[in-house]
Ligand binder design. Structure first.
Ligand SMILES: *Cc1c(COP(=O)(O)O)cnc(C)c1O
Length: 807
């Protein structure tokens, strides 16, 4: 959990430890706790885990004890009558009790008897169970807060198909909504918001019950229970929620795939079985329909769970849960101690993040709140949902933040966080806006940072989230705080660096030459760099045959990218114009040779960066070759319809036709800029090695320029409008925004940390916080002189001009 880049500020740490000695670290002391963490969580040794709200890491002891237990004790299918089966059943029953005791604070057996635990596959499955089993009818109502997890929102599907009315409301509105005594009504709410950590707890449910005494309450406690006890004994039984959903991996890590629905026995009649019945949930059945019976024992007030646990329970997972709860107790004393520990961390983190300021005094971190202000809010859970802001208080993209956190060894979550309501209220997004985004091709899981119409295009499409849990340490928090300071605080010096550099005077004598010329026939695979003095044809969509082929994942239909499969860099396609072949090589493979002239395969549609394009397949042999090398089932496709996609830029250039490239027809970088990046990296590491840490190939440009006579300043390409390479003229469209892909070493196919980390500090656009390196170009045929088959040639002289001079 130590991170070399972010040495903890020792004074802050000491102050924190003094102030929180009764809450933090379970009485183990700072050193004792750190020791325990490093023994129990070897998996966290080289990373900073800040995503407990997604899942908790698993302590080593659980596995040691579990393997010991199941190796020495015979556990078997609880449906038999053998001694091992009976012992297994008893263990399962004991585990139900443990859940109620440890997580729901019911330490008195009589109180536990008022509740039942139905094991399910997880919180979502529990909510679905309620949705399916609730006796909806015409006139029934289902209400939930707008800022609910999608799993809770999804219950509305069950309600709607059975004639109920559904309403998403603000939390106070839900309390004040008219009472209804006629048909079964279900109110649902999250005890803790998964995206912001705000808590409504049991108190809000009590208020709902007071107002709507006949309604049932479904409580989504998946996030809340991760670090807090839901004290069912602290409220009168009739005012407690009727159904409570949770997942155990969020609390103790292993086992996954197990959760429960806790049901108030007196509300059992509100759960009706669907038509299905099966092994374990019946007492008798005839071979032919219709006779069968439920377990007699399970008629109220018997064990309700028998009616809902179809088939064989995952008994070893339940045994594992028992072991995990034992370990949890042994490491952390009790779940209540976990609450105190994480609250101390949360208070510290919230304060420190709010203190981070830009040089102009404006805040860097904006924390989001799901429910606004309400008297029912409890002290929040250890989750912070936030956006990072520029000095002018514009939002910085969450994907950028996530990528930077990733290369710096943090595990966080960013995006819509399965909670559209939080996103909508944070950025004022209406349901109509959401549908518009969807129709523009956006989806919950893509990498788009900003949405909105062409005019107003800086509405964030996601937020970032960090969260703490039982094994979080003060160093985790301090590391995150220094990470944000290091990369996002704009001090005067960084502002100066991102100011435009002096424009080199355009001159007719060549200022630069084309040092390398590279095309990438297969999208996201290695490049084909041409030898000196060889020339290549250009067309409006780019270099001839650039990004004309792509690889598609056979099962998901998604285009493969080096971001997921860095090994793709090792695949080297070669367009051989003389032999009219596409030759593909890769380490350990015999070359694949395909005809360059179009063959007719099946035409299908494929999705590239939210555009739909028509592509043709190239046959089974090619698919097999790529699938073997990448070890994933994939298929090679070739764009069949010519340019069917268009790139859009802010400037008045209209739209520019492209093939499968991501943004524009041509990408250009310069040698002085690459040299500057290497210089920065060397300075940062205090290492003056001879070898350049970063090779120009990682930027995957088509053109690399080098100064010819006199030196050129780094990043001069940012200030150029037009340039001429040989006979051809190109117009600069925009700077190229960079993502983690620059971290794939194109020679080895391995991921590194640079140059992304360095660029993030030195080359960040003050608006929007995007990293920029290199420029996008379009070909200006009207200003070129190359005739009917225009080409560019390696070694061509390059001159620069401003747009005004040329037109
Ligand atoms: C995690 C979570 C869920 C979904 O839980 P699953 O384990 O994926 O079923 C639902 N609601 C909230 C508040 C959560 O945090």
């Amino acid at each position: 959990m130590q991170h070399p880049d972010h040495l903890p500020h020792d004074a802050k740490r000491q102050a924190f430890l003094r102030e929180t000695s009764n809450e933090y670290a379970y009485g183990l002391g700072d050193t004792g706790f750190q020791q325990q963490c490093s023994t129990e969580y070897p998996s966290l040794a080289s990373t900073t885990y800040l995503d407990y709200a997604a899942s908790a890491p698993s302590p080593l002891s659980t596995f040691h004890r579990l393997s010991e237990t199941i190796a020495t004790t015979l556990y078997s299918n609880p449906h038999s009558r053998s001694s091992s089966s009976v012992a297994t059943s008893l263990e399962i029953e004991r585990c139900r009790g443990r859940v109620l005791e440890d997580l729901f604070g019911l330490d008195d057996a009589q109180k536990r008897a008022q509740w039942d635990v139905i094991f399910t596959a997880g919180a979502t499955a529990s909510m679905k169970l309620v949705g399916d089993a609730f006796p909806w009818q015409e006139g029934s109502k289902y209400c939930y807060p707008k800022q609910s997890h999608t799993s809770l929102v999804g219950v509305r599907g069950c309600a709607l198909t059975r004639g109920a009315v559904v309403a998403a409301m603000d939390i106070d509105e839900m309390l004040e909504s008219p009472q209804d005594h006629s048909s079964p009504t279900l109110f649902a709410y999250p005890a803790q918001c998964n995206a912001t950590g705000q808590r409504l707890g049991l108190g809000y449910g009590v208020a709902l019950k007071r107002r709507h005494s006949e309604a049932c309450i479904l409580l989504d406690a998946a996030a809340y229970l991760a670090t807090a006890v839901l004290d069912l004994g602290s409220v009168p039984l009739d005012l407690a929620p009727d159904f409570i959903a949770c997942s155990f991996y969020k609390i103790v890590g292993y086992p996954t795939g197990l959760g429960c629905l806790v049901v108030k026995r007196s509300s059992a009649s509100f759960l009706q079985r669907s038509g299905y019945f099966g092994g374990g949930t019946i007492d008798a059945i005839s071979v032919s329909p219709p006779f069968w019976s439920q377990p007699r024992r399970s008629l109220i007030p018997g064990p309700l769970h028998e009616r809902f646990e179809d088939g064989t329970l995952p008994f070893l997972n339940i045994i594992a849960l028992g072991q995990a709860l034992d370990t949890h107790r042994r490491l952390y004393k009790s779940h209540r101690h976990v609450s105190r520990h994480v609250s101390a961390l949360l208070r510290f983190a919230t304060r420190e993040l709010s203190l981070i300021r830009h040089a102009n005094g404006r805040p860097v971190v904006q924390q989001h709140r799901a429910f606004g202000v309400s008297k029912y809010l409890e002290e929040p859970g250890p989750t912070i949902g936030f956006s990072v802001l520029s000095p002018s208080s514009e939002f910085i993209g969450h994907v950028h933040l996530e990528q930077l956190a990733t290369v710096n060894g943090f595990q966080i979550r960013a995006g819509g966080l399965c909670n559209t309501g939080v996103l909508a209220s944070a950025f004022n997004i209406s349901d109509q806006d959401l549908m518009d985004e969807y129709n523009r091709g956006r989806s919950c899981w893509d990498d788009e940072e900003f949405g909105g119409s062409e005019k107003q295009s800086n509405r964030p499409l996601g937020i970032a989230r960090i969260s703490f849990g039982a094994s979080s340490t003060i160093d985790d928090v301090l590391q995150w705080v220094s990470f944000i300071r290091r990369y996002f605080v704009v001090s005067e010096t960084v502002v100066a660096l991102s100011k435009p550099l002096p424009t080199p005077r355009p001159s007719e004598s060549a200022a630069a030459s084309l040092q390398t010329l590279t095309l990438y026939p297969i999208k996201s695979c290695g490049g084909q760099s041409l030898p000196r003095n060889s020339s290549w044809q250009i067309i409006p969509t780019g270099l001839l045959h650039d990004r004309e082929w792509m690889l598609v994942d056979t099962s998901s239909g998604k285009t493969l990218s080096q971001k997921q499969y860095p090994r793709m860099a090792l695949i080297r396609p070669w367009v051989d114009l003389d032999r009219r072949k596409l030759v593909v090589s890769a380490p350990g493979m015999t070359d694949l040779v395909l005809p360059l002239d179009r063959s007719d395969g099946d035409t299908i549609s494929a999705n590239v960066c939210s555009d739909i394009v028509a592509v043709t397949s190239l046959g089974g042999a090619a698919d097999k070759w790529f699938s073997t090398f990448l070890d994933i089932q994939c298929t090679l496709r070739r764009l069949s319809g010519g340019a069917s996609r268009h790139a859009h830029f802010d400037r008045a250039t209209g739209s520019v036709p492209i093939l499968l490239s991501n943004e524009s027809p041509f990408l250009l970088i310069s040698r002085p800029s690459v040299d500057q990046v290497n210089e920065w990296i060397r300075e940062g590491s205090g290492n003056s090695g001879v070898e350049d840490p970063v090779h120009p190939a990682c930027f995957r440009a088509n053109f690399l320029l080098a100064p010819s006579m006199s030196p050129l300043v780094p990043f001069f390409e940012d200030t150029v409008d037009l340039l001429r390479i040989g006979t051809e003229t190109f117009q600069v469209l925009a700077r190229c925004r960079r993502c983690l892909m620059v971290c794939v070493n194109q020679k080895t196919g391995c991921k590194t940390k640079e140059p992304f980390s360095c660029l993030a500090r030195k080359r960040k656009n003050a608006r929007g916080g995007k990293i920029e390196f290199g420029v996008h170009l379009m070909w200006r045929e009207d200003l070129s002189q190359g005739g009917c088959k225009p080409t560019v040639c390696v070694g061509d002289p390059v001159t620069f001009a401003s747009l005004r001079e040329a037109t």
